[in-house]
Each structure stands twice: as C-alpha cells, then as structure tokens.
Design a protein. Structure first.
Length: 104
C-alpha cells in the first residue's frame, strides 16, 4: 500500500564551511622560556589616561605555546590567539621577529 508522500528525499547539499573569525595577534618580548614548550610574553601597550590625557604604559603577561622551543628570553615575538591549551595557555607562537642578539 503506497502512500502519496513516498518521494525520495534528496541528500542535503553540503553547506559552505563556516568562516572563522579573525584571531588576535600581539607582539611582545619573551620574559621566560624555562617551561617545557611554553613561553611567557610581556606585551606593552600605550593608552591615554581618561582624565588627564597623559599617555600611560601598561603591560600584561601572556602564556604562549612554543612547540619547537625556538624563542629565547629577550626575543621579540608575534603570538596568536588559539583554543585553550592548558589552564593559562590561550596563545601560540607565530614567529620570532627579532632575536635578542639582533639577528632576524
């Protein structure tokens, strides 16, 4: 006994891949490289004081993943936001911009 609604169901068309949002990038100075595959990067930013208008320097530490252990203390590096890798690590090393001895 056939019913009227027995038309074959077409396979769902593949959707376009979801566009991932742009990830933050920061440039900072490596202050510690003693942990296994982890570096601590100090990022300094300048902002104007709300009331007095003077330029204020503020720093913040970021823990970043360094798989190849190429960054050393004193290097200027670029880090990029990523998924949580541990309790404190949410960044990964993209590249070493300047080594502490001045070589690129």
């Amino acid at each position: 006994m056939a019913t009227e609604n027995t038309a074959p169901v077409a396979a769902a068309a593949p959707e376009a891949p979801a566009q991932r949002g742009s990830r933050q990038e920061k440039i900072g100075l490596v202050t510690s490289a003693k942990m296994a595959k982890t570096i601590v990067v100090k990022v300094t930013r300048l902002s104007r004081h709300r009331l007095y208008g003077r330029v204020v320097r503020s720093t913040k530490k970021f823990y970043a993943h360094d798989e190849t252990r190429q960054a050393k203390v004193g290097d200027r590096v670029r880090i990029m936001e990523t998924r949580p890798l541990s309790k404190l690590k949410r960044w990964r090393l993209v590249e070493v911009l300047v080594h502490r001895d001045g070589a690129k």
